[in-house]
Design a protein around this ligand. Structure first.
Ligand code: URA
Ligand code: URA
Length: 230
């Protein structure tokens, strides 16, 4: 790895000198490339939040009260990603604090973790009017910021809550019923899709399946702790 990077830098230097020789003394660099070049260590959630600013990138800014960025441990091993803020979240500016949120808190505690130990975010950061489903353009506008949050936190596991989260993270149109029960890989991060807590409130008989998914997560966390001790 180290050698490859040295070679890359050397080649890049040669190339830049070649450009300079041709009279090209500056090159436009897109934000995307700059981001690639920024080591994850120096990018912080605070910086991502600052960049998001008083976001007006999609139409939801007109009706939202607050931006619900996400909260929890910046170094979390486990991250939960929901759909988008509801009314209570929109009022408080915090994710998962309404009825579904209280259930999520209990789900997290069922595997002996606290909300403070994990990180909780959403696919979209502003509440859609009347809690309608997020629209593709809204998901697209917000996606780079979700990816940046994941990039900073570098979780080992993401638990995707519900259809929109699972579909967005896994880039698929498959239904949550088809997606859950399996473990997916997102650039080295395990993605475990499960039912959304709001869905569980309406379908309590599905709690058993979520419990199965949580046990899988807990087992994986325990094994990775044991491996770290060895
Ligand atoms: N539902 C979500 O998907 N996210 C929240 O933050 C709250 C409810
Ligand atoms: N439909 C959803 O949108 N989410 C679920 O978790 C289950 C069904």
């Amino acid at each position: 790895m180290g050698e490859n990077i040295n070679e890359l830098i050397s080649n890049l230097k040669t190339y830049l000198e070649y450009l300079k020789g041709m009279g090209i003394i500056s090159i436009p660099v897109s934000d995307d490339i700059l981001e690639e070049l920024t080591p994850s260590k120096i990018l912080t959630l605070e910086m991502v939040r600052k960049e998001l600013g008083d976001c007006k990138r999609c139409k939801l800014h007109r009706t939202r009260r607050t931006i619900v960025f996400g909260e929890g441990n910046e170094k979390a091993i486990l991250m939960f990603i929901g759909e988008g803020p509801g009314n209570e979240e929109d009022v408080q500016g915090r994710p998962f604090v309404g009825k579904a949120g209280q259930l999520l808190t209990r789900i997290i505690e069922s595997i002996n973790l606290s909300r403070e130990e994990v990180y909780i975010a959403n696919v979209i950061k502003c509440r859609p009017p009347e809690n309608r489903n997020p629209e593709p353009d809204e998901i697209e506008s917000c996606h780079p910021f979700l990816l940046r949050q994941i990039h900073v936190i570098q979780p080992k596991i993401i638990c995707a809550l519900g259809t929109f989260s699972a579909q967005t993270l896994l880039n698929t149109n498959a239904k949550i019923t088809a997606l859950r029960g399996k473990i997916y890989d997102l650039e080295g991060i395990k993605v475990i899709p499960t039912y959304h807590p709001a869905f569980l409130l309406r379908n309590p008989d599905k709690k058993r399946e979520v419990w199965e998914d949580m046990k899988k997560i807990a087992e994986w966390l325990n094994n990775s702790r044991i491996n770290e001790m060895e």
